[in-house]
Ligand binder design. Structure first.
Ligand SMILES: [Zn+2]
Length: 65
């Protein structure tokens, strides 16, 4: 399983405080700027960034379904 790197949407920080028992609706707080998001929201943000990176890298040759 690939480990996903999650970055703070606000400051780009990668250090977070989170509960021991992580669920999709768990609140994760950025230690850099204090921004709080649910895990699901942060994962969605990371997925969007990954898609944008892919489309920038491969342009029209890569079209995610
Ligand atoms: Zn932050």
């Amino acid at each position: 399983m690939t480990k996903m790197t999650i970055k703070c949407p606000e400051c780009g920080g990668i250090e977070f405080e989170y509960p021991d028992e992580m669920e999709d609706n768990s609140i994760i707080t950025c230690t850099g700027c204090g921004e709080s998001r649910t895990k699901a929201a942060l994962v969605e943000h990371a997925n969007q960034q990954a898609k944008e990176l892919l489309s920038r890298t491969f342009g029209d040759r890569f079209k995610p379904k």
